[in-house]
Write a protein that binds this ligand. Structure first.
Ligand SMILES: Nc1ncnc2c1ncn2[C@@H]1O[C@H](COP(=O)(O)OP(=O)(O)OP(=O)(O)O)[C@@H](O)[C@H]1O
Ligand SMILES: [Mg+2]
Length: 439
């Protein structure tokens, strides 16, 4: 494939970077697209696996038909067969109607099976059959149906290890892996690291209308040495975090270190690499998740506080108009109560108690009282700081699930976490699908 075509594809799909290994992955994807071969995309978490199946579909003869991306890790084990292959009315208690599965609705199109390593063994057997013969059977039925679906799968787990441990069928692995595409980790991409930093810094500066952050030379060097266990997703989150929280626009290596960017040989989470693209789980398996959670909590609580404050200020201004006297010089300039900043202004976010309208230094005597909502503002954020990170996350998930009527896809999008992470947290926190607490 010529260089120009690859550059055009990168531009069209917003892919940044010139690293040879990345270009090779895109090249293979375009070349394999017009064929019917199964493709298995492998790479660490956050390297950008999700865009390649879309490129393959868009460059295939199936491009005018349906494309579905299914996160196998997010589908509950009990319903996964029914989701993929459909079911017959009455097949199980909640099967009130016949239902078509993805293999039926995606007929003539492409199915992207993300996190394919998470499929239960029973589903793997069904998948193998449909891949080999194009035949499948709905749950609770005996009639054999035919479908014509192109499969592209992705995984961030070490499939050889999963096979050794009996978690993944070897025959299915070879069937899926006709064309393997391996996406390189960020730490191997050299100058692309800085390009991506600049891209995300620019994106966020546009989004929040703030000056983009830039790197000093020593910061640039540190980014090149860092191991990036969460790859590009981690980079995007880091740049967002620094852009919003740091008051400095020129980012030094010391500032980066204060955000957890280290130059030790294993990086923060100690990913162990075996060979070129063999990856074991981190020694501390969920440390990246924790980092992500903390960032998420920080951003979502800032967002919520800004929203609350906006509402409050508008209500406040109305109430202030009604205060009859002004014995203590309060509210002399009403405009001062209106925050002069919008979401994302670093100078305000850095304050220890942001968005709280201060009471005067000394308390007035007599029956002068503050408008009720000013007191409320003073209390609410303090209450929140007593919540542990886990409780805060749980609270956010419950609220978001409620807002989205229990729809996990929308909830995950709103919270900016993967469906798989959301699904795990729902399980960890003992929430049912609607977001209510079970016990
Ligand atoms: N080369 C790139 N240029 C710009 N953005 C990228 C690039 N690669 C990845 N991204 C962005 O990084 C984020 C993570 O990518 P993606 O979701 O595809 O990761 P993944 O490999 O599927 O990870 P996981 O295994 O955890 O699901 C996405 O927001 C994606 O848009
Ligand atoms: Mg993914």
């Amino acid at each position: 494939m010529d260089e120009k075509t690859i550059q055009q594809v990168k531009q069209r799909y917003g892919i940044v970077g010139n690293y040879e290994g990345l270009n090779r992955s895109i090249d293979v994807a375009i070349q394999v697209a017009p064929t019917e071969l199964s493709v298995l995309i492998n790479g660490e978490s956050g390297v950008g696996k999700e865009i390649l199946p879309r490129i393959i579909h868009d460059h295939s003869t199936r491009k005018h038909n349906k494309y579905f991306a299914i996160n196998c890790g997010a589908l509950p084990e009990g319903t996964i067969d029914s989701e993929l292959f459909g079911h017959k009315k009455g097949a199980f208690t909640s099967a009130l109607d016949d239902r078509e599965g993805y293999f039926s609705v995606a007929n003539k199109g492409t199915l992207f099976l993300d996190e394919v390593g998470e499929l239960p063994l029973t589903t793997q057997a069904r998948l193998l059959r449909v891949l080999e013969t194009g035949e499948y059977i709905r749950v609770g039925e005996s009639e054999v149906r035919k479908t014509d679906v192109r499969i592209v799968a992705a995984t961030n787990v070490n499939m050889q290890k999963a096979i050794r441990e009996g978690k993944f069928r070897e025959d299915l692995y070879y069937r899926l892996n006709t064309i393997p595409i391996s996406i390189p980790p960020l730490r191997e991409r050299g100058r692309d690291i800085e390009l991506l930093f600049r891209k995300f810094a620019y994106d966020i500066s546009q989004k929040y209308r703030i000056e983009p952050v830039r790197l000093t030379e020593d910061a640039r060097e540190l980014l090149l040495k860092y191991k990036w266990p969460g790859n590009i997703r981690q980079m995007r989150n880091l740049v967002e975090q620094i852009s919003i929280i740091s008051q400095e626009r020129e980012i030094t290596s010391d500032i980066l270190r204060s955000y957890g960017v280290t130059d030790d040989s294993l990086g923060e989470t100690g990913l162990v690499l075996h060979g070129s693209n063999r990856m074991e789980r981190p020694i501390e398996p969920h440390s990246y998740e924790k980092e992500r959670d903390m960032l998420f909590q920080l951003l979502s609580s800032i967002g919520k506080e800004v929203k609350d404050l906006k509402e409050l200020v508008h209500r406040n201004l109305d109430d202030i108009q009604n205060i009859p006297t002004n014995p203590y010089g309060l509210y002399e300039k009403k405009e001062e109560l209106r925050p002069s900043v919008s979401y994302g202004n670093p100078s305000v976010i850095q304050q220890s108690k942001p968005y709280i309208v201060d009471k005067p230094a000394y308390q007035p005597q007599g029956n002068v009282s503050y408008p009720q909502h000013i007191q409320e503002v003073d209390v609410e954020p303090i209450e929140e700081t007593h919540l542990s990170n886990k409780e805060l996350m749980k609270k956010n998930i419950i609220e978001s699930l409620k807002r989205n009527n229990g729809n996990r896809k929308k909830t995950a999008t709103e919270l900016d976490i993967s469906e798989r992470t959301l699904y795990r947290k729902i399980k960890d926190y003992g929430l049912d699908i609607k977001g209510d607490i079970r016990d």
